[in-house]
Write a new protein. Structure first.
Length: 194
């Protein structure tokens, strides 16, 4: 049985529907109102082997902040729903991913505890019309709602697009490992619960 999270969330700032299948094939249908975010989520799905559908109507006449943060919230909620009680998952995953001159490390623990450690040095304030500071806002919202521990480190990089793309690809690869089934039906913790 495929593990699936289906989230609908409406606020005064955004209206989002998001479906995540973590046992997918990497297909995506993403419409966020922000071309760069569409690109990041499409490659996130592809490199994680996740099937992802996102439709977001947001107050983009203001900027992309609310849309990006709320998509992070919804994606985190969907991941949490898809994992259920987390029986039989690998739990941990990490990846050092090269993206041309950029080198990004991510490490994930599906711990039931929300924590983000993010060290990025993105040289420009924008990529196209996307504010690069929103990368951390997305990751923070995602980790809070997914209840995971996530470490992100930029080990090298000069091009803002490459750095951010490396983050999304590395995160996808780390999560792909962490959510994979290990063949057991046990919860991967001596506590007996995550």
């Amino acid at each position: 049985m495929k593990r699936l999270g289906n989230i609908t969330r409406q606020t005064a700032e955004t209206d989002i529907s998001l479906v995540l299948c973590i046992d997918g094939s990497g297909t995506s249908d993403v419409n966020t109102g922000c071309g760069f975010m569409d690109h990041m989520l499409t490659l996130f799905a592809k490199h994680g082997g996740f099937d992802l559908t996102v439709n977001c109507k947001g107050d983009t006449h203001v900027d992309y902040h609310h849309s990006v943060e709320d998509i992070g919230i919804c994606l985190g909620m969907a991941l949490s729903d898809a994992l259920g009680d987390m029986r039989g998952i690998t739990r941990y995953g990490s990846m050092i991913l090269p993206m041309d001159e950029a080198l990004i490390l991510t490490a994930v623990d599906i711990s039931g505890r929300s924590y983000l450690a993010c060290e990025l040095d993105i040289p420009t304030e924008k990529v196209g019309d996307f504010d690069t500071e929103l990368v951390q806002e997305f990751l923070l919202a995602f980790t809070r709602k997914a209840n995971i521990t996530l470490h992100v480190r930029q080990l090298a990089g000069e091009n803002s697009h490459h750095i951010i793309e490396g983050v999304f690809k590395s995160l996808a690869r780390s999560l792909k490992t962490a959510v994979s089934r290990d063949g057991s039906s046990s919860i991967p913790s001596t506590k007996g619960i995550l």
